[in-house]
Write a protein that binds this ligand. Structure first.
Ligand code: SF4
Length: 878
């Protein structure tokens, strides 16, 4: 046995590219040395597969190494015991007689040996068990396949009117397998240690469910698929198989209903155990949540790699709940696939049963990790939500004041007092309709202390009132479930506030105010969330980080729309724990540039030293000539391209942009995707083109599509765009207007003919006037070192802009054979500092053009050249 080193071959489904091999080697040593690794590999380079094969190779070697070390220690220990000869006491002056010293020595040796033996036994049992599960699953599939083949054969044989003797042997086999698999004895003799023991594992998280599903499919295709135990975690909304509950739609309603049924189940169990309860109508429990079925499903899902859809299918087939079964599977799983929220938010992590100590974490698609962390830990409360919660809570207090314990009543009153304070800060009063209360418009940024002072709640200990609300918050993003079964402490906490939460829920479903009945979006938002939940989230945020947080008070004209928002300025505080607990953390993405700023903001600030950080960056698998990135400094009529705030609205700039697009559409076949810096600007420029006739001219060349306003229409627009390109390939294809950071800039690929040219109009700087951004900038300026002739705040703005650009233009190249032009329209892209923020594989090929002619000639040549292998229409300038 040898560890994989630079010479190593990694199991891979095909001959890996050099960059994949390098990626896996770098990953392997980062994990082995317990590093924090920043891994950059452009999308389309097989990053997921490299992550899987590199990390799982390490895991299997690590396990083997541990096994060998334990065996060697055991051998040593046993040998020492068998040849044990008492050592003469070093000092004759020792107070202990020699026989005592011998006894102590020997006992320590014996304890070590028996501990090692015990661990070895546990490991063996676990391995055997997993092996058996896998064999059973494989045999079951084989039997299933066989029986369907047999059916087919039987029908064929019937057709030919021949008789075939039954294959008794096969049937016996099947009965045996099922019997063995479903044996009750087995579950009785099951070692419960296996349930709780967390084996060394890799937690893989990504941004969206579809990215997680893609990753799982890659694991299925990998050489490890047969030997690895994988579990995919999701929310109840994704995993619930109880149709009545699923139908409730919103995540919160599903969570509430499921939790209610769990409580009913506990009560029922109490009844059965002889605990007397008040009589009342029988309470519903979920039929899918039965311990034996859950355990069986847990075994099944550990035996084969499954994505969420397959888990739901399995749950329906076996009549057991995938949500709870997956949580039971976390401890024995070797690879846990989960969404960001479940890993990065401590309360959610704890509730889901995710333990990071000594484990490996891989965070994929991490280019916006800092923003994501801030977002996950921010919380916002509108005036409408505050008033509603206040009204519900007061009703509860009034109704039950005689029955509530004095202490609890006091806490409830304190919460009411805090809510009154928050409403006061917004310029309103509780007890009146928030929609009819007007407030002065404006935004105020306050430190936590100033905010508490202003709201006159600085004398309330929020830590003390928080537990009264608990029981709802952690359920916000997927719920506790298993932890309720295993952690009696938190269960007690939940029971304590159960009555309150339930009462508030009743109020919520029964009382819909006339304002809500108007069906406004806001009302829907308020209704779909549990009472107190937003308040809890806000309190929790306030108590979590003091100096690194701010409260933004937005007054919007009416109290109902005004809001208080907790803003986390230093996401490193929450990331620090992940970095501290884990053995190794890998932060991977298509574009991680600029790495220095990333390290500064998220790693150094979290207390990680330079020596623990390792970096890996690789180019693209495509041949360099497959991309043509151009910076255009002026348009066809010589107009300088300057999309700064002052110039971008000038008719000359808009007309010139129309001309550039028109020329591009002339020579580029298939799809052209044009990104604008904001929705507002896209609306203005398109209406200008409408009025000037430029839009009609463009429509004569390509069918025009626009990014839809609603997210649920994206799919439809994309499929029409793609259909139009396929059908129309002989003609001119289609042009899609999109917005940077919009619904189509992430998670959607413009591969092959869908995106033969990506045009970026202007630079998508974030709104620098936003008070939140300004606060963040000044926070960074104050806390991070200045360097490179710019302040950390300015660097943040530049980085946000270029990250968004990279995300958008990177959509066009998705695999080795893909090719595309990338046209950056704005002279500011030519600045060296800006160019340096493009990914290396794009930057190295980028050419800057002061005038349009040569740039256009290059594009025309490339679009008709060998790599692009298509003939362009005849080019002309307009
Ligand atoms: S136990 Fe599972 S199946 Fe039943 S309601 Fe809850 S999530 Fe749905």
């Amino acid at each position: 046995f040898t560890l994989r080193t630079t010479e190593a071959q990694f199991p891979f489904p095909y001959q890996p590219y050099d960059i994949q091999e390098q990626f896996m080697q770098a990953l392997y040593s980062a994990l082995d040395q317990g590093k924090v690794g920043i891994f950059e590999s452009p999308t389309g380079t097989g990053k997921s597969l490299s992550l899987i094969c590199g990390a799982l190779s390490w895991l299997s070697d690590h396990e083997e190494k541990r096994r060998q070390e334990a065996a060697a220690l055991l051998q040593e220990g046993e040998a020492a015991l068998s040849t044990f000869t008492p050592q003469p006491s070093a000092s004759s002056s020792s107070a202990e007689p020699d026989w005592i010293t011998d006894f102590v020595q020997k006992k320590a040796e014996r304890d070590l040996v028996s501990k090692l033996k015990e661990e070895e036994l546990k490991r063996k049992k676990r391995d055997e068990r997993l092996e058996m599960i896998r064999n059973n699953v494989q045999l079951k599939y084989a039997m299933k396949r066989k029986s369907s083949e047999d059916d087919e054969a039987f029908k064929l044989l019937q057709l030919s009117k021949e008789e075939q003797p039954e294959t008794r042997g096969d049937q016996e086999d099947e009965e045996l397998i099922v019997a063995e698999y479903e044996s009750d004895d087995e579950s009785k003799t099951r070692n419960d240690d296996l349930v709780e023991e967390h084996v060394t594992k890799i937690y893989y998280c990504s941004r969206t469910h579809s990215q997680l599903a893609q990753f799982v499919h890659e694991v299925q295709k990998s050489p490890f698929s047969k030997d690895i135990s994988v579990v995919t975690l999701g929310s109840r909304q994704n995993l619930c198989v109880n149709e009545e509950v699923r139908r409730l739609g919103s995540i919160q309603r599903i969570n509430d209903r499921c939790m209610e049924m769990q409580k009913n189940k506990h009560e029922k169990q109490h009844d059965e155990e002889g605990v007397k309860r008040k009589r009342g109508p029988a309470k519903t429990v979920c039929p899918f949540n039965k311990a034996s079925a859950l355990q069986k499903m847990r075994d099944d899902l550990l035996g084969t790699v499954q994505d969420i859809e397959q888990l739901v299918k399995l749950g329906r087939e076996t009549h057991s709940c995938p949500y709870y079964a997956t949580r039971l599977a976390i401890p024995p799983a070797q690879l846990v696939v989960l969404p960001y929220q479940m890993l990065l938010h401590e309360a959610t992590r704890r509730a889901a049963g995710v333990q990071l100590k000594g484990q490996v974490v891989i965070i994929d698609e991490a280019h916006n990790l800092s923003d994501t962390l801030s977002c996950i830990h921010s919380a916002e409360l509108t005036g409408a939500q505050l008033c509603r919660t206040h009204s519900q809570l007061s009703q509860y207090a009034d109704r039950y004041k005689s029955r509530l314990k004095a202490k609890n009543l006091m806490y409830i009153k304190q919460i009411l007092f805090v809510i009154e304070g928050l409403v006061r800060v917004l310029g309103g009063k509780v007890g009146q309709n928030p929609q009819s209360q007007t407030t002065q418009t404006g935004t105020e940024m306050l430190t936590i202390n100033n905010f508490l002072f202003k709201a006159q709640i600085d004398n309330i200990n929020l830590f003390k009132v928080l537990p009264i609300c608990l029981g709802g918050f952690v359920e916000k993003y997927a719920g506790s479930g298993v932890s309720l079964h295993v952690q009696s402490g938190s269960n007690k906490e939940n029971r304590r506030t159960e009555g309150l939460n339930r009462y508030l829920q009743t109020l919520q479903s029964n009382q819909v105010s006339p304002a809500d009945q108007q069906g406004s979006v806001e009302a829907e938002k308020v209704l779909s969330a549990s009472p107190m939940m937003q308040v809890e989230g806000f309190f929790m945020a306030l108590t979590n980080s003091n100096t690194d947080g701010r409260v933004v008070v937005h007054r919007q004209g009416t109290l109902s729309e005004s809001s208080v928002k907790f803003l986390l300025l230093n996401p490193a505080v929450h990331f620090a724990q992940v970095l501290k607990e884990c053995r190794a953390v890998i932060i991977a993405g298509g574009t991680m540039q600029p790495v220095s700023d990333f390290k500064q903001e998220l790693l150094f600030s979290a207390g990680v030293g330079e020596e623990r950080i390792t970096e890996f960056s690789c180019g693209h698998v495509i041949p360099p000539e497959n991309i043509l990135p151009l910076v255009l400094c002026s348009g066809p009529s010589g107009q300088e391209l300057d999309f700064t705030f002052q110039n971008r609205d000038s008719p000359r700039m808009m007309d010139e942009t129309g001309r550039i697009l028109s020329n591009i559409c002339n020579v580029v076949p298939g799809g052209v995707v044009c990104f604008f810096p904001s929705y507002e600007y896209s609306r203005r420029i398109i209406s200008h083109w409408e009025a000037s006739g430029a839009l009609t001219r463009l429509a004569n060349k390509k069918k025009i599509f626009q990014e839809p306003k609603k997210a649920n229409q994206v799919e439809q627009v994309l499929s029409e765009f793609s259909r139009c390109i396929q059908v129309d390939s002989s003609l001119t294809g289609a042009l899609l207007f999109s917005v940077v950071g919009g619904k189509m800039s992430e998670g959607i690929n413009f591969s092959d003919d869908l995106g033969r040219c990506v045009v970026m109009v202007g630079m998508p700087y974030p709104n620098i006037k936003s008070p939140e951004l300004q606060e963040k900038m000044s926070y960074l300026d104050k806390h991070l070192p200045h360097g490179g002739g710019r302040s950390p705040g300015q660097a943040l703005i530049e980085n946000l802009c270029m990250k968004a650009v990279n995300q958008s233009i990177g959509r066009a190249i998705r695999h080795r054979g893909d090719y595309s032009s990338m046209v950056l329209c704005d002279r500011r892209y030519a600045r060296p500092a800006t160019l340096s923020k493009l990914p290396t594989w794009i930057k190295d090929r980028t050419s800057t053009h002061a005038s349009f002619g040569p740039a256009f000639a290059a594009m025309r040549k490339d679009q008709s050249g060998d790599s692009f292998s298509v003939l362009s229409a005849s080019p002309f300038f307009i």
